[in-house]
Design a protein. Structure first.
Length: 507
């Protein structure tokens, strides 16, 4: 079984008390009695460790050791974002994914890793994967790549360099590009500025789609806080009545995505509240406000009024270089936003991060500029971008193209110990059977051992992520299919292919 298996056993022992508690608390929610403590311990050790030493403790873990996105996902069931990502099974509440902090400690994260078992043999992988990847439901066009995550060595590929529609697996590219361009600690700031000559107060959008007006913020930047700070600053200046306007000039071009009005995505603007949702949802499809920036400015005016500041009805404007800063609030770190984007397949965050990648590059922050900036950033990282045509940050544009070779290269790069800033592109991936868009999948398969980003559009199915095989080797994989005829059967075929990798002792 190789040298990794003993390390995994020691890690499971180190994680024992925490995993045992998780197994107890989630047992009523699980659908099969076979998810015993031992199975959960194995999932925690192998699936959430990602790599035996290749992925270190540098990822954004909160104080309890539970990934923030996973904790949020376990706390409240909701729909998952992205095109055609449906709600989970009726009445099914997801369980929390096992903590990874103690597992990483057990693996000796940050230390030298001993020799891993031999990489799987390509011919053996072909025998394992072929029955699933040749399923007619996957249609006529496929792009497949399997890579050793630790070494980057390509182990298996079928049309790996063929560009196909990636759907939401595009978000992996967006994540890596944004983290590379901005850094994991970067925050998106919404601010107010006062024009000294006119007394106009400008609400300046900073491109934070998670800015919230809700009383419970969930850690996001609060419009209520911004209003309170702004009102206090204006009162100190002796101002009790102001002209209110709002500035959305951070982005350029049309606000409407090429898919048009769609519940999966709000108009793309740097000023919005709660992703412009018209209900209390925090993820998944929902009707959106048609003019998010104007709506946010009106609600800001109402909040100022609550603090004794009277305003005019807000209109669009632009803060000048002479404007005096008044107050500001900032989003969670970019690492947290990336994790939420990937776990929930959040299209609004994806489009925002693509625009910010363009801003960081000094490019025009419109749809085309964002796609070009993401591709250019990946090229700078030395990734195989030939054939890639990135049309947006979310993958909702059907004309976008990526290759399976590029997707696996992105995952290998994110696992590079020399690039810890990119780690959220791995830690944000949904955990099979536990979180995000994989919550209701793999219940009879490789739950906990597969972490992957889904991609689903009409006639398109894709899956890209990491898997721990039976020998403890961590693999990166990308399965892309275009022209799929039965979305349910196609999804099942890809899930079975990933499960086959997890059960393979092909070294």
């Amino acid at each position: 079984m190789g040298a990794v298996r003993p390390r995994l056993a020691r890690a499971a022992a180190a994680a024992g008390p925490r995993v045992a508690r998780l197994a107890t608390t989630t047992k009523p929610q699980l659908t099969r009695a076979t998810r015993t403590w031992q199975y959960t311990a194995g999932a925690a050790t192998a699936g959430l460790a990602l790599a035996a030493g290749a992925v270190t403790a540098a990822g954004p873990w909160d104080s309890s050791g539970q990934r923030t996105a996973e904790r949020d996902r376990a706390a409240a069931w909701g729909a998952t974002g992205g095109a055609d990502h449906g709600r989970g099974p009726a009445g099914r509440e997801p369980g929390a994914a096992p903590s990874a902090a103690s597992v990483l400690t057990g693996l000796g994260a940050g230390t030298t890793v001993r020799a891993a078992p031999d990489a799987p043999d390509g011919r053996a992988l072909d025998r394992v994967l072929e029955p699933f990847l040749k399923n007619p439901a996957l249609g006529p066009r496929r792009s497949v790549s399997v890579v050793d995550l630790t070494t980057g060595k390509r182990l298996y590929g079928v049309g790996g360099g063929t560009p196909l529609t990636p759907a939401s697996t595009t978000k992996i590219a967006t994540a890596v590009a944004a983290l590379s361009a901005l850094g994991p600690d970067h925050r998106l700031t919404t601010r107010t500025a006062l024009e000294p000559d006119t007394g106009e107060l400008v609400l300046v959008g900073g491109g934070d789609p998670t800015l919230t007006a809700r009383k419970k913020t969930g850690g996001h930047a609060s419009l209520r806080t911004l209003a309170a700070r702004t009102a206090a600053a204006l009162t100190e200046r002796g101002l009790r009545k102001i002209t209110l306007s709002y500035d959305t000039t951070l982005y350029a071009g049309p606000e409407l995505h090429p898919i048009g009005v769609n519940d999966n995505l709000a108009p793309v603007t740097p000023l919005m509240l709660d992703e412009a949702r018209t209900d209390d949802s925090t993820r998944g499809p929902a009707p959106r406000v048609p003019e998010p920036a104007a709506d946010a400015a009106r609600r800001f005016g109402d909040l100022l009024k609550d603090h004794g500041i009277k305003t005019t009805p807000p209109g669009p404007s632009r803060a000048t270089g002479r404007a005096e800063p008044v107050a500001a609030v900032s989003s969670p770190p970019l690492a947290t936003l990336v994790e939420r984007m990937l776990t929930n397949s959040d299209n609004d965050i994806a489009e925002a991060l693509a625009r910010h990648t363009a801003v960081a590059a000094g490019e025009r922050a419109d749809l085309a500029g964002a796609g070009d900036a993401v591709r250019a950033r990946l090229d700078r990282l030395g990734l195989p971008v030939d054939g890639a045509d990135i049309k947006d940050g979310s993958g909702l544009d059907r004309s976008g193209r990526l290759t399976a070779d590029l997707l696996t290269a992105l995952l290998v790069t994110a696992a590079d110990p020399g690039r810890p800033a990119l780690r959220p592109a791995l830690t944000g991936l949904p955990v099979a059977g536990f979180t995000g868009t994989l919550t209701g999948r793999y219940e009879d398969g490789a739950a906990g051992f597969v972490r992957a980003k889904t991609g689903t559009l009409r006639g398109v199915n894709a899956l890209a992520g990491t898997v721990v095989d039976r020998d403890g080797r961590v693999l990166a994989f990308a399965f892309m299919a275009s022209g799929t005829t039965d979305p349910g059967a196609a999804q099942e075929a890809l899930d079975k292919a990933a499960t086959a990798l997890a059960s393979c002792g092909c070294g």
